[in-house]
Design a protein around this ligand. Structure first.
Ligand code: PLP
Length: 379
């Protein structure tokens, strides 16, 4: 049978991070002693208070009802209280916040809300979380790539963007994969451009709570209708498996239409997950503990890398190390070097061609695994 499928889907290779997980399983089956440092999926426990609130919620559910697809008012209020306290500005839970099933689905679908028959495009950094580009490709949305490199501190050079044609622009700070943080001044300038040229900044702030130096500026600090912000519980609260995040904007019309757009999508987060998300948003102590723990893990790996001819960039936020070596001219060659040491890492090119010659390694591992990574690096 001929399936009349979109070439944008059939001709795109598999999601590369997923393919690396298959590779890991193959290597394990071959009997290799290997540590998987490819995926930003925290291995330490989800805090007990969050797990307890999930169990309590299920216990109370004698029957099962469809959940609120925008998040219960109680959940949106807890998101509002958490963010309003952190950024000293008010986010109205009724008109400025929508909950989502983890931010990946919301990031993927958000551009579909817009009309693309106007010759406008979505602007995407050349090194990015792959979902921005795949969303554009799969949905036949025009896109332009904004080049980033070490010289631009892995942020798009604002003077070089084709602003006139931009309708949406993705920015991710702290940045996956490089950990670069956009400064207050950079974001301020970007907002000025968005206001002047009438586009929306899509600010993916998945790693904003995990910092080891200065707290990163958030787009939430700016009083503008030209941004939409994606915040996730996955990394800050070790809840990747729960699927819970939030979309926030001060543009009430945008949020109103986003709710309408999402209503037929079937993305309502199960009620018991929403209840556990309230426990997560209401508690900042566990996030501070995670920061301290990741700082410690990061320091151990950095000290091992420093003993060899390996360089890393940034590393003051998130839980990735963006590593290069003067002895390796390509990401693949450096990834192969790590593999020989029993460490599976992600070639930088998975995030775009400008990822050469770097690799990304994660340190969201247990302390035992971190010690093993250090031993493997130095063997
Ligand atoms: C930059 C970035 N944004 C968004 C996500 C999606 O996270 P989640 O769907 O778990 O909220 C990830 C996950 O790795 C990410 O790295």
């Amino acid at each position: 049978m001929h399936l009349n499928l979109k070439a944008e889907i059939t001709e795109t290779s598999a999601y590369k991070i997923g393919a690396l997980q298959e590779r890991y399983q193959e290597l394990i089956q071959e009997g290799m002693d290997i540590i998987n440092c490819t995926i930003g999926d925290p291995k330490d426990d989800t805090p007990k208070t969050i797990r307890t609130s999930l169990l309590n919620s299920v216990q109370k559910m004698h029957n099962s009802q469809y959940p609120s697809y925008i998040g219960t008012l109680q959940l949106r209020t807890s998101i509002s209280e958490s963010l309003s306290k952190e950024y000293s500005t008010y986010f109205d839970p009724e008109t400025m916040i929508v909950s989502c099933n983890g931010t990946k689905e919301a990031i993927y679908s958000f551009p579909q809300l817009f009309d693309w028959l106007n010759n406008k495009c979505v602007s995407i950094p050349s090194l990015s979380y792959p979902v921005y580009l795949l969303s554009a490709k799969y949905n036949q949305i025009p896109f332009q790539i904004m080049n980033v490199s070490k010289e631009t501190n892995f942020l798009p050079d604002l003077s070089k963007i084709d602003i006139e044609n931009t309708q949406l622009l993705w920015i991710n700070s702290p940045h996956n994969p490089t950990t670069t943080i956009a400064s207050y001044d950079y974001l301020k300038q970007l907002i000025e451009l968005a206001e002047k040229n009438n586009f929306i900044i899509c600010s993916d702030e998945c790693y904003n709570d995990l910092y080891y130096d200065e707290k990163p500026t958030s787009i939430l600090e700016f009083d503008s209708e030209h941004w939409v912000c994606f915040r996730s519980l996955s990394k800050r609260s070790h809840m990747t498996g729960y699927r819970s995040g939030a979309v926030i904007s001060k543009n009430r019309e945008l949020i109103k239409q986003l709710k309408k757009f999402r209503s037929p999508m079937g993305v309502g987060t199960p009620s018991f997950i929403q209840d556990s998300a309230i426990a997560a948003w209401s508690d900042h102590d566990h996030v501070a503990q995670h920061r301290a723990s990741y700082k410690n893990k990061r320091d151990k790996i950095i000290s091992a890398l420093n003993k060899l001819d390996l360089n890393y960039h940034g590393a003051t936020a998130g839980f990735y190390l963006w590593v290069s070596s003067p002895n390796h001219q390509s990401s693949e060659s450096l990834a192969e070097w790590f593999l020989k040491k029993g460490i599976l890492v992600t070639p930088g090119t998975v995030f775009g061609p400008d990822g050469n010659p770097y690799i990304r390694m994660v340190y969201c591992l247990t302390d035992d695994m971190i010690d093993k990574v250090c031993t493997h690096i130095l063997k």
